[in-house]
Ligand binder design. Structure first.
Ligand SMILES: [Zn+2]
Length: 278
């Protein structure tokens, strides 16, 4: 049963990646993801695979983690007996309310605390997700894992999140499924499944560029690192779409890359994204 659950979680990750690349309009990766979804689906029991696709079409995600007896698909509190049974891994369980497949979340608690983000209301546009404290105008790192680590440490330090390694491991695991590097020197490394907090974005720049898995070996210069709570999956896709729209323009990218300190970078990011992120 554990194997089946892991396959379903993996399938869900592929669907998430597919949504992200659809938003960015990247054909090549989409074909690759489609094939991976098809291959993995064929390995599953036919009934399970069919039902998974049905759920995924209706209201993704099709499989949700259970944290502290709560279904993270719909937010309902599950009966104590069901929460306990999940840990026996002998049957595939579904939420009695939303019908999603369930798995017990066994990782560390990933709560982000940001007193500043909570107090400065009302906030508009990109300010809902980020702040000057999360801007890295010049990354020191010279490779992809280094860039992820550097930004994760910034998020961790600024948001009082005790263990950056959790962010690093989760982000690298996601990159292994399909690089989040897109066209136009952009990349969107991210971490899903935080069990509280809000959608959070940090930005790191490397004007010289880093190899991050983009098509045709192109270099990545602009890294948007995003932490996505389960409840914010839909907002995340909107944020991603807004960022892709904004930075399709070479002029916008160059303006951003010229910023050499966090204050100017934050001011510029707010200004550039105001049209597409509201
Ligand atoms: Zn549910």
């Amino acid at each position: 049963m554990k194997k089946l659950l892991n396959e379903l979680i993996q399938l869900q990750e592929l669907y998430f990646a597919q949504e992200e690349h659809k938003v960015a309009g990247e054909e090549e990766q989409l074909n690759e993801l489609e094939l991976a979804i098809e291959t993995l689906s064929k390995q599953l029991p036919a009934k399970t695979a069919g039902y998974f696709q049905q759920l995924q079409r209706r209201d993704p995600p099709a499989i949700a983690p259970v944290v502290n007896q709560t279904c993270y698909g719909c937010g309902i509190n599950l009966p104590t007996s069901l929460s306990a049974e999940l840990f026996r891994f002998d049957t595939l369980y579904q939420c009695p309310n939303c019908a999603r497949f369930l798995y017990p979340y066994q990782g560390p608690k990933l709560t982000l605390h940001d007193p500043m983000l909570q107090h400065k209301l009302p906030r508009l546009g990109i300010e809902k997700f980020s702040s000057e404290k999360l801007m890295l105008a010049r990354l020191q790192a010279e490779d992809g894992p280094g860039a992820i680590s550097e930004i994760a440490h910034l998020i961790s330090g600024q948001l009082f999140f005790p263990d950056p390694q959790i962010l690093i491991d989760k982000a690298l695991k996601r990159e292994a499924i399909m690089p989040t590097a897109m066209d136009h020197a952009l990349a969107f490394p991210h971490v899903r499944g935080v069990d509280a907090g809000c959608l959070t974005l940090a930005l790191g720049l490397k004007p010289k560029g880093i190899k991050f898995g983009a098509a045709k070996n192109r270099l990545t210069k602009i890294f948007f690192f995003i932490v996505i709570p389960i409840s914010a999956s839909a907002f995340y896709l909107k944020l991603l779409a807004g960022l892709v729209e904004t930075f399709q323009s070479a002029e916008a990218r160059n303006t951003l890359l010229e910023c050499e300190d966090p204050a100017l970078l934050w001011k510029t990011l707010k200004k550039l994204t105001s049209k597409y992120i509201r």
